[in-house]
Structures are given as structure tokens and as C-alpha cells.
Design a protein around this ligand. Structure first.
Ligand SMILES: Nc1ncnc2c1ncn2[C@@H]1O[C@H](COP(=O)(O)OP(=O)(O)OP(=O)(O)O)[C@@H](O)[C@H]1O
Ligand SMILES: [Mg+2]
Length: 267
């Protein structure tokens, strides 16, 4: 339980002062008699990085699905920037600044890297169909897409087909697609899944930059514990659909209940 996170153990456990950007209260989801997320509650401060960990099947992806509106909430609430979004559609949540990536890779393989990102930028820019505004919006979408690709260090692959990218580059592309929608809060579900060891460092730096330099709030599920614990301000531990612990990386990894949940194999 030692390591680079140990020195963070004295940090405060509460989120920094200021109105939370995300408030989750009593969040529960029951499907066909099975409770897959049970009474989960926590607040996230603007600019905070919260790691979400837990054994396979613990409910991490389901939690993200509830936050992003892909799963119906049975009871409880989700508040984004003071607005109750518990029943809002995924698109409405995205417009309010909540963005996410998926555990399985999801890009248009037959489009170029740049086109994939530009589509997302165009969707965000929305607006009127008047031709003169359309041109301006298209120019702007190119600009936003170019910046997002540079941000994830994929500018040099802009004209490649998305389907031809390595796993690591596909993950970067997904991040660029997300950034093109300019989300205040980003939910990253296993962004390192399928990424080769050599690519993990580069992707970690990109995610750290999105958080620290751009000031976006990040919630991230990841099985690469070393990466996650190095980035996170706090760690939420899911277990059997419930929130088992929410604390600093140092305190969470030293928590006997957390160690028990993992049976010693992941931490
Ligand atoms: N739409 C659904 N309908 C029924 N059961 C579901 C649904 N989505 C998830 N579940 C169940 O909820 C539980 C939690 O699954 P979830 O995918 O959230 O776990 P996870 O923590 O993300 O796991 P992993 O680390 O393997 O990705 C599992 O038992 C899963 O089978
Ligand atoms: Mg999952």
C-alpha cells in the first residue's frame, strides 16, 4: 500500500471549497429486480479529478451511464452546475457540459481522424442553416477540430482513416472527439483499455493536461492503478453497486475495507 500516493495521505478528504459542479445523491438503479447501483452519493468540486475504481462488475460503468443519461435512474438525483439533470436526455446533458468516453472504442472507422473530430465540433456549434453562417461555422469546426487533435497529439494523423489507427491513437481520437464538444465535466471509462504499455505514458500526459491545464473536472475509471492514483485528487471505490469509500488516494489504498473488496489483487 505504499508508493507515490503515500505522501498525499494528509490532504483534506472533502472537495475544495466552492459550489460543487456535480452532485450525486441517493443514486439507485434497479433493472429486472437486480440493483446495479445502490444509494450512491458524492459531490465533485470544479476542476477536481476523481478516480472511480472497483472490481469487475462493481457498477462503475453503470454509474457513468446513470450520470450521462444512458441508464434510467430508479431513485436519487444528479445535479450539474446547480441544475437537476436526473431526467435529462444524454444530448441535453452533453449540451450542459457533461461529456464521456466509452469503455469500448467508438469512432467512425471509415472517416478520417479529422472528420471524426469535426463532426463532434459541428454538433456542438449547432446554430442556423443560413449559408453565410454555415461557412463561418464550418471554418470554426475545422479550427476546433484541429486544436483538439493537437491537444491529444494526433495532429500528424489528421488525414488517416480512423480505422487504421493503433488502439492507443484511437483512444486519443476519442478524447479529441470529446474535447471538441468542450465539456466542463468529463467521464472517462477506461481510456487506457487495450492501449499498449508504450502508449500509456503519452495518454496519461494528455489526460493530465486536459485536467490541469484546461481545468476540466474529470471522473475516470481505470484499471491501471498507478496511473489513476497519480492523477486523482480523490478516489471513489465502487463495490457491489455501492460507494464503499471516497477519500484521498493514500487513505483509500490503506483502507482495510477497500483491500478486502479487492482481495489484494488490484491494489
Ligand atoms: N443495462 C443493464 N441491464 C442489466 N444489468 C446490467 C446493465 N448494465 C449493467 N448491468 C449489470 O450491472 C453490474 C455492474 O456492471 P458494470 O458494467 O457497471 O460494472 P463495471 O464496474 O463497469 O465492471 P468492469 O470493470 O468489468 O467494466 C453487472 O452485474 C452488470 O451485468
Ligand atoms: Mg465498466
Amino acid at each position: 500500500m505504499s508508493g507515490p500516493v503515500g505522501s498525499r495521505a494528509a490532504a483534506p478528504t472533502a472537495p475544495p471549497p466552492g459550489a460543487p459542479v456535480l452532485q450525486v445523491a441517493g443514486l439507485t438503479c434497479a433493472i429486472g429486480g437486480a440493483v446495479i447501483v445502490s444509494d450512491v452519493g458524492f459531490d465533485v468540486a470544479p476542476g477536481e479529478f476523481v478516480a472511480v475504481i472497483g472490481p469487475n462488475g462493481a457498477g462503475k460503468t453503470s454509474l457513468f451511464n446513470l450520470l450521462s443519461g444512458l441508464l434510467p435512474v430508479t431513485s436519487g438525483s444528479v445535479t450539474l452546475d446547480g441544475a437537476d439533470i436526473t431526467s435529462a436526455s444524454p444530448a441535453a446533458r452533453a449540451r450542459r457540459g457533461l461529456g464521456r468516453t466509452f469503455q469500448a472504442s467508438s469512432v467512425f472507422a471509415g472517416l478520417t481522424v479529422e472528420e471524426n473530430v469535426r463532426l463532434a465540433a459541428q454538433a456542438r456549434l449547432g446554430g442556423s442553416l443560413r449559408p453565410w453562417q454555415l461557412v463561418r461555422r464550418t471554418d470554426r469546426a475545422y479550427e476546433v477540430a484541429g486544436r483538439a487533435l493537437e491537444r491529444v497529439r494526433l495532429g500528424h494523423r489528421a488525414t488517416a482513416l480512423a480505422g487504421s489507427l493503433s488502439h492507443g491513437d484511437k483512444r486519443k481520437l476519442e478524447l479529441a472527439i470529446l474535447l471538441a464538444t468542450d465539456p466542463a465535466v468529463v467521464l472517462l471509462d477506461e481510456p487506457m483499455a487495450g492501449v499498449s504499455i508504450e502508449d500509456v505514458g503519452g495518454l496519461t500526459e494528455v489526460i493530465a493536461g486536459v485536467h490541469r491545464e484546461e481545468g476540466r473536472t474529470v471522473l475516470m475509471v481505470e484499471h491501471h492503478m498507478d496511473v489513476l492514483l497519480g492523477l486523482a485528487d480523490r478516489v471513489a471505490v465502487m463495490h457491489h453497486g455501492s460507494l464503499l469509500a471516497l477519500d484521498t488516494p493514500g487513505r483509500v489504498t490503506a483502507d482495510p475495507a477497500v483491500q478486502e473488496a479487492y482481495l489484494g489483487d488490484a491494489l
